[in-house]
Design a protein. Structure first.
Ligand code: PBG
Length: 333
């Protein structure tokens, strides 16, 4: 290779970094609102939205304020919203998850009525918000989480969510066989139209900490007997393969930032779209560091979501979705 006297080669990568216009031209990953999904919380019986201390800027919504948030999300061009609900009453089997007038099912109908043509109304299908023990499933006599007994509850929950109008049901409980069982139940009820998002590679993560406050989780202990071990990479391929075979329309990796290797693997091999969830603890870390002046807030938020897209996510669930959409609109003006 010919080199200049200083030893620099003919190939100078810095040429393509010289101006904002050049950098914009050659950017290999872009963000747009359509691939951002906003997770939202609604709390039964609230008069006013209630702040979540560990997630500054995020609230538990009333039914009315949830409708406004969904309208805003549609206005901003987001791809969707993901609904979580906190009931007033909990019991061992999570009865409120399947009650037609349970808060989650009411909120789904509200969201669909508000903006159901403009964005995808996604729902969390899991029992942890609804059980008095806080586990994602029902318990067996010995106190362990009963996989197959839970599937029966999930099928009922899916039917209730479909009835309420959900477009894309997010199976986040990590029970074996949950996607196939719920798909069969929906199909038998004639609801072949409702799509399934499988939280395929969901890890037992400390980064869900602030979410526990957001949904007032009753959990004592952890979810290590059903969520994946953070040590495992290859196992994610098995989970994705099973979920796709069982009929998942979209698969997800969660959390995002600490699992970009897993995300890249899944993105390289999945035949269906891949979502990633930038979870509550990721949000809290960004906000806490920014509040202390330790990182530049806007740049750090952008960079983290861009990295998740770069690793291969087709769409990203992030509590910053609305704000990001605002910034993207500003930049494209
Ligand atoms: C289960 C569920 C959880 C999250 C999304 N769905 C909690 C858990 O698995 O413990 C966490 C999301 C977040 O931390 O932002 N219903």
């Amino acid at each position: 290779m010919t080199t200049t006297p200083g030893g620099v080669g003919r190939i100078r990568p810095r040429r393509l970094r010289a101006t904002p216009a050049m950098r914009r031209l050659v950017a290999q990953t872009r963000l747009s609102p359509a691939e951002l999904v906003l997770p939202v919380f609604v709390h039964e019986g609230l008069d006013e939205p209630r702040p979540i201390a560990a997630m500054p800027g995020v609230v538990q919504h009333t039914r009315d304020s949830l409708r406004r948030a969904v309208a805003q999300a549609a206005e901003a061009g987001l791809g969707g919203v993901m609904l979580f609900a906190v009931p007033r009453v909990r019991d061992a089997v999570g009865s409120q998850a399947t009650a037609p007038d349970g808060i989650l099912n009411l909120a789904i109908a509200d969201a669909v009525a508000e903006a159901g043509d403009a964005l995808v109304v996604q729902t969390d299908l899991c029992l942890d918000e609804f059980t008095d023990h806080g586990h994602c499933g029902v318990l067996a006599a010995d106190g362990s989480v009963d996989n197959d007994g839970t599937l029966v509850r999930y099928a009922d929950m899916a039917l209730a969510q479909a009835e309420a109008g959900a477009h894309l049901i997010g199976l986040s409980g990590m029970m074996d066989g949950q996607v196939g069982y719920v798909r069969d139940a929906l199909d038998e009820a004639g609801r072949t139209d409702v799509a399934l998002l499988a939280y395929a590679a969901k890890y037992a993560s400390a980064f869900y900490g602030p979410f526990r406050e957001a949904v007032e989780s009753q959990l004592v202990g952890d979810r290590r007997t059903y969520q994946m071990d953070p040590a495992n990479r290859r196992e994610a391929a098995l989970e994705v393969q099973l979920d796709v075979q069982e009929g998942a329309d979209v698969v997800m990796v969660k959390p995002a930032l600490a699992y970009l290797d897993v995300l890249a693997d899944v993105a390289a091999s999945s035949p269906v779209p891949v979502a990633a969830y930038q979870v509550s603890g990721e949000y809290a870390m960004l906000e806490a560091a920014a509040a202390n002046g330790w990182i530049e807030r806007r740049r750090a938020i952008f960079e983290s979501v861009l990295s998740i897209r770069r690793a291969g996510a087709d769409h990203v669930l992030t509590y910053h979705a609305l704000e990001l959409a605002g910034w993207l609109a500003e930049e494209n003006r």
